[in-house]
Design a protein. Structure first.
Length: 439
């Protein structure tokens, strides 16, 4: 048995079942749905950073730049409001999204479940002192707390419903009113469990629950921003995709809480005029490692357009336009790349090499860091610049990554092309030897 076949067997027998289980796990799905629900608000909020912090030097003498800088400084408080009410309260949207997703899974009212999850988060993350509510943990600092409390509240609601511990009104009562009474007991249970727990942790450690959670996870959050973390996450994604499993959904589902916490920290540092602390964020993943889609296949799509094999040229024509927007299923399944041993090495190594180059260049200060959340369908050079507050250096980095991808894919593509051309020649020879006769 060849080494490749052994690897395929391991993937099919060991990796695929585990990945399939993880991908269908209700809490993983709920977390993913929560971030998807929050995404539009966070993208618009991040976009406001462009107006708040123009991509010009403070000592610029260009009239347009001076006018923009003056406008942003004069109206900064007003411009910050949309940002503060979107990125600044991202945990609100995430909590409701997770609760609604779990509510659908358990056949509960999604709206009520989402609101219950939201209340559970506020109970522990919004301390009231001196007549004011602290908003410190409404953004990235409270993401892990939002995940935990939303899951706990939703699971508790489902548990009580399964045990029929609820208030049921006669059928004559309007549905909306009946649902409001059904959730009364879950609300009481959430209050009587989370609030005392938060007070106990505060009296014991001097930290409320979100602060304690971030303190415990600090080493993990720090490790998530390292080059090994990038390479491991990319490798897992590529291996799963090569086996035909949507690895990006699994990896991003795991990494999203870390990315959002780090993005919030970068945005806070940007607002304070401090050095940005984090490199590995979603913008880094989307625009350096997934250029044209998983495997960075946009350069490959261009190469396919000039292939001598009719099949590959056709796939190139079908896939090049979607690849501009990071949709590369025509390339993955049409070429095919999935389960094709010829493309295993470049498909796996290209994004890992791009990750290494981009990380080192960013670490050395040659490439601007990510401060905004962008739609994953944004073409790579544009998205990379947008994510870094319209800096030019990410565009250059994208071009370098695309060139590197093309260089690595090219010899494997030519080898595969020769195989296809040889098969076509053999097929034509067979047809000439055995012509079809029509009576």
């Amino acid at each position: 048995m060849s080494m490749y076949q052994k690897m395929v067997n391991v993937i099919e027998q060991k990796v695929t079942p585990i990945a399939g289980t993880m991908g269908s796990q209700r809490h993983v799905i709920a977390i993913r749905d929560g971030f998807i629900a929050a995404l539009p608000f966070m993208i618009i909020g991040s976009f406001m950073l462009v107006f708040i912090f123009p991509p010009f030097s403070p000592d610029s003498s260009w009239g347009f730049a001076r006018a923009w800088l003056s406008f942003s400084q004069t109206w900064r408080e007003q411009l910050m409001l949309p940002f503060n009410l979107s990125m600044g309260v991202m945990t609100f949207f995430i909590s409701v999204g997770i609760g609604a997703s779990l509510g659908k899974h358990y056949k509960l009212d999604p709206i009520m479940t989402g609101l219950l999850a939201f209340m559970a988060f506020l109970l522990v993350a919004a301390p009231y002192k001196d007549g004011q509510i602290s908003t410190q943990y409404f953004s990235g600092q409270g993401i892990f707390t939002a995940l935990i409390t939303a899951i706990y509240a939703s699971e508790m609601y489902a548990f009580l419903q399964r045990r029929n511990i609820t208030i049921r009104l006669p059928k004559e009562v309007p549905t909306g009113v009946a649902r409001s009474f059904e959730i009364l007991i879950p609300v009481v249970v959430i209050v009587l469990t989370l609030h005392p727990l938060n007070l106990l942790i505060e009296s014991t450690t001097g930290m409320i629950l979100p602060e304690a959670i971030m303190h415990l996870l600090a080493p993990l959050v720090s490790a998530s921003d390292s080059l090994p973390a990038i390479l491991i996450s990319v490798f897992i994604c590529q291996i799963l995709w090569f086996a035909g499993i949507h690895g990006a959904l699994i990896v991003t589902g795991i990494m999203n809480p870390f990315w959002m916490a780090n993005l919030s920290a970068n945005q806070t540092a940007l607002a304070a005029g401090a050095e940005l602390p984090h490199i590995y964020l979603q913008g880094f993943w989307d625009h350096y490692l997934l250029i044209g889609g998983v495997g960075s296949t946009l350069p490959l799509a261009f190469l396919l357009l000039r292939s001598r094999a009719v099949h590959l040229r056709t796939i190139g024509k079908m896939g090049v336009v979607p690849s501009f927007f990071n949709i590369n299923e025509p390339i993955l399944f049409g070429t095919p790349i999935i389960m094709n041993p010829v493309f295993f090495l470049p498909f796996t190594l290209v994004p890992m090499i791009n990750a290494t180059l981009a990380y080192i260049a960013t670490k050395l200060g040659w490439v601007a860091q990510v401060v905004s959340l962008t739609p994953w369908t944004t073409p790579a050079p544009v998205g990379a610049s947008w994510a870094a507050n319209w800096a030019v250096s990410p565009v250059i980095m994208c071009v370098i990554c695309m060139a590197m991808s093309a260089v690595m894919y090219y010899p494997f593509l030519k080898a595969y092309e020769r195989t296809l051309l040889k098969q076509d020649e053999e097929r034509s020879a067979q047809e000439n030897e055995n012509p079809v006769t029509v009576n």
